[in-house]
Write a protein that binds this ligand. Structure first.
Ligand SMILES: [Zn+2]
Length: 81
């Protein structure tokens, strides 16, 4: 096999061929993808995960702050008719 052909791989997302190392397609899928799919699919998913992780961290901080003030949170049973 010539080095030129072995350097060409199929994108794990769109199936298009690309040459070179490609990009890690995690966390979307376990594999490698072309530059276009990385930009269009993989990076947005990573950013969204990052935002979700930040939201959770903020939520945890707020909860700790509420507990620290001693005001507490009381779970209310949903009203029944
Ligand atoms: Zn692709």
């Amino acid at each position: 096999m010539s080095p030129l052909i072995s350097d060409v791989r199929a994108c794990s997302i769109c199936g298009e061929r690309y040459s070179g190392d490609g990009n890690a397609a995690k966390p979307l899928i376990d594999g490698r993808c072309c530059d276009r799919c990385s930009l269009e699919y993989v990076i947005p998913v990573r950013l969204e995960e990052l935002r979700a992780a930040k939201r959770e961290a903020t939520l945890g901080q707020n909860l700790r702050a509420v507990l620290a003030t001693g005001s507490g949170l009381k779970w209310r049973e949903p009203l029944r008719r």
